[in-house]
Design a protein around this ligand. Structure first.
Ligand code: NAD
Ligand code: UDP
Length: 328
């Protein structure tokens, strides 16, 4: 039986990846320090013989007994609110954490895939973004802690590949959504759906003319799985190229949720990218992958998930309290 280590397992993408690898017949070792994730995302796996969970912070030495065939490194705060709140942990998990996992992959002779992001392109001057674009990142801006950690992560991964001959894969993930996103993580989809469910107005930042392209989680997981199993070592964009302005997206959510909320406008966060859309030519050619779930279908499934949350979850304190996880 093949063995896979998934970091960030209690998070949104990590938990869906655990489900996929269990389905594929792997022994899955999930690892997480629960700083932004929740055990409720994986509690359905605890009863399985071939799932184990390690509560561990990957910025400290990572030890996993036994053999490993694959490692997927998904641990990292991922929403702008989270990484602005825990900037140093964000830098550490992308740098020290990635270094630890590359070291582990080397001793275990495992193939490692790291979760990079469209944020490596920063506020892009090229549209749509293809993998050859070097990006436009403000290193010292508030988002720099995430963007530069991810750029370093790609560099050290390529260095381990070139210097040690390690088998490495890099996925550049564009905005992905679906069930198990944290309602209060500040990302636009849970934000709008939570507001609609609580009967609050939808907060559009800036003039709402900035664009994003949203990918449903099942498509994302399929792309990641195909990339891991491929022999391609350079970064591959995985995302849905169907682009929309945030303003139009807010109107779509109001229609979908059947509420009569208004849109209200708030300040645009610093360095918020003005346009984002993946060029997925590489994913199509190399992985024979394309996004298959349209926004209407994906948003409907996601809304069903949020609708089923309890009143307590819906009104839970604004943002998760990270303080107990932070070593002084
Ligand atoms: P998430 O916050 O739901 O999951 C991240 C998980 O990592 C959480 O469970 C958290 O507790 C864990 N974690 C953070 N620091 C850790 C540490 N030091 N040690 C162990 N565990 C730690 O976020 P997500 O959306 O599932 O993102 C997962 C990965 O995908 C991240 O690396 C993120 O950068 C990347 N990504 C996601 C998106 C997206 O749209 N969802 C887009 C681009 C990149
Ligand atoms: N956004 C918004 N209202 C919100 C939350 C986000 O208008 O309540 C905007 C945000 O400014 C950005 C886009 O929605 O332009 C996507 O934001 P998100 O935090 O989901 O991810 P990003 O793509 O910026 O990392």
């Amino acid at each position: 039986m093949k063995r896979v280590l998934i970091t960030g397992a209690a998070g949104f993408l990590g938990s869906h990846l655990c489900d996929r690898f269990i389905k594929e017949g792997f022994h899955v070792i999930g690892m997480d320090n629960l700083i932004t994730g929740s055990l409720s995302n994986i509690e359905h796996l605890f009863k399985l013989e071939h799932f184990e969970f390690h509560h561990h912070d990957v910025t400290t030495f990572v030890h996993v007994p036994g053999e490993l065939d694959y490692i997927l490194h998904f641990a990292s705060p991922a929403s702008p609110i989270d990484y602005l709140k825990i900037p140093i942990q964000t830098l550490k998990v992308g740098s020290l954490g990635t270094h630890n996992l590359l070291g582990l992959a080397k001793v275990k002779n495992a193939r490692i895939l790291i979760a990079s992001t469209s944020e490596v392109y920063g506020d892009p001057l090229v549209h749509p973004q293809d993998e050859e674009y070097y990006g436009n990142v403000n290193t010292i801006g508030p988002r720099g802690v995430y963007d530069e950690a991810k750029r370093f992560q790609e560099s050290i991964t390529m260095a381990y590949h070139r210097f040690h001959g390690l088998e490495t894969r890099i996925v550049r993930i564009f905005n992905t959504y679906g069930p198990r996103m944290r309602l209060n993580d500040g990302r636009v989809i849970p934000a709008f759906m939570g507001q609609a469910l609580r009967g609050e107005d939808l907060t559009v930042f800036g003039d709402g003319l900035q664009t994003r392209s949203f990918c449903y989680v099942d498509d994302q997981v399929e792309g990641i799985y195909r990339l891991l199993m491929s022999d391609y070592v350079f970064p591959v964009n995985i995302g849905n190229p169907d682009e929309i302005t945030i303003k139009d997206f807010a109107e779509e959510i109001i229609k979908l949720t059947g509420t009569d909320q208004k849109v209200i406008y708030k300040d645009l966060p610093v360095d918020d990218p003005m346009q984002r859309k993946p060029d997925i030519t590489k994913a199509k050619e190399i992985l024979d992958w394309t996004a298959t779930v349209g926004r209407a279908e994906g948003m409907k499934k996601t809304f069903e998930y949020f609708k089923n949350l309890t009143q307590e979850e819906l009104y839970k304190s604004e943002h998760k309290d990270f303080s107990k996880h932070i070593r002084k």
